[in-house]
Design a protein around this ligand. Structure first.
Ligand code: F6P
Length: 326
């Protein structure tokens, strides 16, 4: 693969607020450097079906404030096969795309790594997921907005929980990680967070009940990370009904609400910085790296490291929720 003159950009997997800001930053920085940009629709699917459009500067006007992704997104089973990736490569070459910028989470970076192993294509990834579960970056695009959405929702639930003196289990997303639940609990002053990372053999629900969350209050809000390991909010409420019938428990599952909405300033800034850094990375000859941010600095994280699941929730934050809820 020679000098880069044209890049392709796509968003894949679950959408995340700030993806549009990232698309804008990648596109404008590429133009600034004299490169062409082609927008690939519906993630890897569009690469396979050849849904590829030439971008102009106006293609990304007025999108920094919009949630979702103008490029649409999809989870593509075909790209997991060698035949699918071969078709994607051929379409990419036919469209004269020299390098790719892919924006998404775990599945997107996994797809990029497989593609890069088979074909001589420079690829740079941007972490775009509300889950914050990619290693090597302190935050992912969309995480801060989702946390703020959770905070707004739980503030509202607090009013009714207090009035009725009820126990609320609020289930939040996060895939296999508990970042949204744990930091959502801190931000809302929740009485507890039940997260997969804290499943160390202790029964988190029993501990919560035994500690007597009613010591000083007549209501409680517990943030629960979606995950079979935690039992999810429904599973926990069922257990309360059977094992602790003295409590009046209710369930709220925030679901896909958490993926929508206008990105926060923090997410727009992160997406803008990382989008520009993706082009810098390609200019420097970097390939097969995700651009992240650590301690305020942009960093290049090899795909395998980004996918290593070595980033852990801060254990002192688990303690903090307990301390602050006495
Ligand atoms: O990865 C983002 C995410 O929102 C996860 O938190 C969640 O488990 C999953 O996507 C839901 O995926 P879908 O929108 O395909 O149901």
């Amino acid at each position: 693969m020679g000098t880069i003159k044209c890049i392709g950009i796509l968003t894949s997997g679950g959408d995340a607020p700030g993806m549009n800001a990232a698309i804008r930053a990648v596109t404008r920085t590429a133009f600034y450097n004299g490169w062409r940009v082609k927008g690939i629709m519906r993630g890897y699917k569009g690469l396979i079906t050849g849904e590829i459009n030439e971008f102009r500067s106006e293609s990304v006007s007025n999108i920094i404030q919009r949630g979702g992704t103008i490029l649409k997104t999809a989870r593509c089973a075909e790209f997991k096969t060698p035949e699918g990736r071969r078709a994607a490569y051929e379409n990419m070459r036919a469209a004269e795309i020299d390098a790719l910028v892919v924006i998404g989470g775990d599945g997107t970076i996994t797809g990029a790594r497989a593609f890069a192993e088979e074909f001589d294509v420079p690829i740079v990834g941007l972490p775009g997921t509300i889950d914050n579960d990619l290693s090597g970056t302190d935050s992912t695009i969309g995480y801060d907005t989702a946390l703020n959405t959770i905070t707004d929702a739980v503030d509202k639930l607090r009013d009714t929980a207090t009035s009725h003196e009820r126990l609320f289990f609020v289930e939040v997303m996060g895939h296999t990680a508990g970042y949204l639940a744990l930091n959502g609990a801190i931000a809302t002053g929740a009485e507890a967070a039940i997260i997969p990372e804290a499943e160390t053999g202790d029964d988190q629900l029993k501990t919560l009940i035994d500690n007597g969350f009613r010591k000083s209050k007549n209501s409680a809000i517990v943030l629960v990370a979606e995950n079979p390991v935690t039992g999810g909010a429904m599973g926990l409420a069922k257990r309360v009904e059977e094992e602790f019938p003295q409590y009046d428990a209710r369930v709220t599952i925030l679901g896909h609400l958490q993926r929508g909405g206008s990105p926060t300033a923090a997410d727009r800034i992160l997406a803008s910085r990382l989008g520009a850094a993706a082009i810098e990375a390609l200019k420097e000859g970097q390939r097969n790296v995700m651009v992240g941010v650590r301690n305020g600095e942009t960093v290049y994280v090899p795909f395998t490291q980004a996918l290593s699941h070595t980033k852990c929730v801060r254990s002192s934050n688990i303690e903090l929720v307990k301390i602050l809820s006495i």
